[in-house]
Design a protein. Structure first.
Length: 236
């Protein structure tokens, strides 16, 4: 399945300092704003926070970026960042995509796309297509990474099945989904979007969606605070 880092939502600086003490350094600090879908793009993510002074500096930067609440989470192990998602394309209908995450997420040469729902065999072929190309030699934790293809395949097929099963759901995007050196999959950021005419998205219970639904940490590794609903015209 997909894991998520331990985390704490914080209403103020005192909460953030308590979270640092509880989680242990180093931590990642993010702005917690539902309307900001890509936090790093607006300066809403700070990495490598170790001390109280580091944390205060990070919170100052997040406040400047417009933060009113904060998310403090443990630092994930090194690995390769992927993007895994499912969305309703206006031409092709429900599709799933897998690609290299981070700065490469917008590069179509590093993305494989298939219609949903899809079989495990088809999903496995997406990874063959993607990783048949040379992985980027940019030091992004690629050395020693062990891909858990069974978990990756289950996540992709499960997201496709979820999109088909929930007509109010417009998209789910896990970016980055980190494949760590110890073979785990860790969702570091998730966007869940509902259709414009859907005020809530109710996720059904289904064994077929076990890879991404009803896990101990929410839908597809989405934190429980995000998992049950998608906001009107936006992501969580």
């Amino acid at each position: 399945g997909i894991d998520t880092p331990a985390r704490q939502a914080c209403d103020d600086r005192a909460d953030a300092h308590s979270a640092l003490a509880r989680l242990g350094a180093p931590v990642v600090v993010k702005m917690l704003e539902p309307v900001v879908l890509h936090k790093a793009a607006v300066g809403g993510v700070r990495l490598g926070v170790r001390t109280g002074a580091d944390l205060d500096a990070a919170l100052d930067a997040l406040d400047t970026a417009g933060a009113r609440r904060y998310l403090v989470e443990e630092t994930a192990a090194a690995g390769i960042d992927l993007i895994v998602g499912a969305r309703r394309d206006p031409v092709f209908g429900p599709v799933v995509l897998v690609g290299l995450g981070g700065d490469l997420a917008e590069d179509l040469e590093t993305v494989a796309v298939r219609p949903a729902p899809l079989s495990e065999t088809t999903a496995a072929g997406m990874f063959d297509e993607l990783f048949g190309r040379s992985l980027p030699a940019d030091g992004n934790g690629s050395d020693g990474v062990r891909f858990n293809q069974r978990a990756l395949t289950a996540a992709v097929t499960g997201l496709g099945a979820l999109l088909v099963a929930v007509p109010e759901l417009a998209e789910i995007e896990i970016n980055p989904l980190r494949a760590t050196v110890d073979g785990r999959l860790v969702a570091l950021d998730v966007v869940v979007g509902g259709l414009s005419d859907a005020s809530t998205v109710d996720v059904p219970h289904s064994p077929a969606l076990a890879a991404v639904v009803d896990g101990p940490r929410g839908v597809g590794g989405v934190p429980p605070t995000m998992a049950a609903r998608a906001a009107r015209n936006g992501g969580l």
